[in-house]
Each structure stands twice: as C-alpha cells, then as structure tokens.
Design a binder for this molecule. Sequence first.
Ligand code: DGL
Length: 258
Amino acid sequence: MPGPILIFDSGVGGLSVVPPLRRRLPEAALVYACDNAMLPYGTRPDDWLVARILAVCDAAVAASGCCALVVACNTASTLALDALRAHLAVPVVGTVPAIKPAAAISASRHIGLLATSATVSRPYTDRLIEAFASDCRVTRVAADPLVREAERLLAGDEPDHDVIRAVLEPLRRAPDLDTVVLGCTHFPLLGERLVAAFPRPVRLVDSSDAIARRTVQVAGDPAPRTKRDSSLATAPDAGLARAMATLDFDEPRLLIVG
Ligand code: DGL
C-alpha cells in the first residue's frame, strides 16, 4: 500500500516546497510535519539538533506511513542527511543551498548567501561553495530574524520591513552583487518583500523546484490525494493552523516525539 509524501521542516518554511511539488505530482497525497515546538533550528547546537531531527522524523515517518521524506530545511539537511538516511527505511530528499545554479547565472560573480547562522557556517556549505562557486565572491549573511518574519507572514501578519532591510544590509550595500541564494526554506515565502528591499534588481535563487524534481524521481508511486492534505506539529499553534489552511492542509494533529 503506497504512502503519502512527507515534508518536514522546523516551521512553515517547508511550505515553500509545496507548490512546485503539487505542480509536478498533482495527484500525490502530502503530509506536512513541523517541529514548531523547537523553532527556530538555526541557532541551536549541532549535537542537540541531530538527535532532535532524528526523533521528530522517526515519529513523523511512523505517523504518516510515508513513501518518501522531503527534508525541506537547509539547517537540518546540511547537518543530518547522512544520519537520517542511515536511520530511516524510506528514501530521503534533502534541501541544500542553491549555490550551483546561482553561480551558473551570476554575471558579476558576486553572489549572496542568505541562510540561518547554522547553515552559513557549516562545512557542507563550504564544500558547495568550493565545488561550484570557487570563482565567485560569496557574501554569507546569517539571517535568522527572517525566519520569524516568514512565520508572521503565514500566520496572517505583515512582516517587519525594518527587520528585513537591516538583515539584508550587507547585501544591499554590495553594488556588484547580482544573485542571492535563499538558503533557508522560510525565505522564498518573503520573496517579493526581499526583492523590494534591494535598491537595485537582484535575482533570488532557491532550491524548491530542484527538490520537487528529485522527489518525483525517488517517490515511486505515492498514495493518491483523496481529500485535503494532512499535517502534524509538535505544538498547538493557531497561526500555524491558519498557514496550513491557506495551502489546503487540514489543521495540524499533534505529533508526539518519543
Ligand atoms: N526553514 C529552515 C531552513 O531551511 C530552518 C529555519 C529555522 O528553524 O531556523 O533552514
């Protein structure tokens, strides 16, 4: 009996992967799981995070009976993908910063990386830059406050534009920078607000369509969608319930993490 596709993030960021997934797999049932009790992940210690991600994904895989897991979180993927693959029996698709496509389109060879504190400083990220953007200048910005602003937006509040401008300042004042990697799945949710905060045109690049393409390859024949998709959360939250409803998910059920 095939299962749904499970999407996991700390919060609502993984919802940025849902539209491309539904475009490519319109018939597939999805389950969204988030660890909102422990949001944000981006400022937490690595050892704690690995243990927590394994425990939450274990519980969510069991609760959903999924056919594949999409880790729609750069902070989790750049740290725990190998551990998850070794631990789980289902295929795991990860999300890592889109350094390669950004370097492929940058004319000025100066790109920005906007991600959580954890992701900007990970060895995984160093390796991506070394492999795909060694001829580029890469300005890395730890943009943790944008996670909260994206959560606010999906809960129905307007994000704070001063916070967005302040976080983007190191990129805004680099006149030759032409491409920005959104290396956190929360950030595409702020897309037009990020573009508006720049004094000149920049291209934003994220991984969501690549994740959807990869999921098509590994998911096999997922369970068909028969009603609204379902969701799981580690804490009750009215704002989250609203965000899930706007993307046609049922109100989250509580996920008990062992
Ligand atoms: N959305 C997540 C990411 O892609 C993490 C946000 C957070 O919890 O800090 O990195």
